[in-house]
Design a protein around this ligand. Structure first.
Ligand SMILES: Nc1ncnc2c1ncn2[C@@H]1O[C@H](COP(=O)(O)OP(=O)(O)OP(=O)(O)O)[C@@H](O)[C@H]1O
Length: 263
């Protein structure tokens, strides 16, 4: 690694036991003339539950798509477990489980068939994987829906199947885009219980949400982005102590406020 940005020399440590699972160093991403990310640097060390917060259009989904290797950076570096998120995306996928905001599935496959297909694609024993997932399927109240076409599921049930697909290969890193968007209250609690259990078993979690109270309940750390830039990052305790706002929500609103738009 010879082309480290001077501003973030420690952000891309060499791969090894202490390598942060997520490393972004001076990342920019443009779509034509539109710059979605304007020099993002932060890391997520192993074991963290990190909330990625930002107003609409801040760049959260773009950042997740870079982590998934779906997009390539315009400049800078994105690494997952020490691997280049774009160049090494096949290896990255083995270590990362992703729940998109709006999961989309192959038409004419049932939830069960999608789980079996995904298990096979990960090179797992399909029957053993389905048996391992069965208690989670039951907790999510999906046992009686597993043989219906996934495309016909309700939005919340699609999200549950998306979570099962993200967890299926027991990844070291879970990336969740608005995980509880569209879920009812009971399912939201269940999702958070599952996320906490994953974190307790050592899985690193990076998730986006617009719900500040959920961040306070679930996260150890947070990164706030606005207009493609990091405006605050750190442990929740340090963020609140350092910025002097009464609540995380107050801090978020202050750091991301925009001038009123003319009518
Ligand atoms: N494929 C694309 N082509 C052009 N512009 C894009 C593309 N994807 C994202 N953008 C732009 O990049 C910016 C960041 O979008 P992004 O979807 O990453 O924001 P977000 O933080 O996920 O927003 P939200 O909270 O509304 O989901 C926006 O201005 C968006 O219009």
């Amino acid at each position: 690694m010879t082309d480290l940005p001077a501003a973030a020399p420690d952000d891309l440590a060499p791969a090894g036991g202490d390598t942060p699972l997520v490393q972004l160093a001076d990342v920019t991403k443009s779509f034509g003339a539109r710059q979605a990310l304007a020099g993002i640097s932060f890391t997520v060390p192993a074991g963290q539950v990190c909330g990625l917060l930002g107003p609409n259009g801040a760049g959260k989904t773009t950042l997740f798509r870079l982590l998934m290797g779906v997009l390539k950076v315009t400049s800078g570096r994105v690494r997952v477990a020490g691997l280049d998120a774009f160049e090494d995306r096949v290896s990255v996928m083995r270590q990362l489980g992703f729940l998109p905001d709006e999961p989309v599935f192959y038409a004419y496959l049932s939830g069960r068939e999608l789980l079996q297909l995904s298990a096979a694609m990960h090179g797992l024993d399909v029957a053993a994987t389905m048996a391992r997932l069965a208690p989670t399927v039951a907790r999510l109240r999906m046992a009686d829906q597993l043989d219906a076409y996934a495309e016909e599921y309700s939005r919340g049930t699609k999200k549950k199947l998306g979570l099962l697909l993200a967890l299926l290969h027991q990844p070291r890193l879970l990336v969740l885009d608005e995980p509880t968007n569209g879920l009812d209250v009971e399912s939201t609690h269940l999702f958070y219980a599952l996320i906490r259990e994953q974190a307790a078993s050592g899985t690193t979690i990076l998730f986006s949400t617009h719900l500040m109270d959920h961040v306070a309940r679930l996260c150890s750390h947070a990164v706030i982005i606005n207009e493609g830039r990091v405006v605050a990052a750190g442990s929740l305790q340090a963020l609140q102590a350092g910025h002097g706002d009464a609540t995380l929500e107050d801090m978020f609103l202050r750091l991301t406020q925009r001038p009123p738009q003319e009518a």
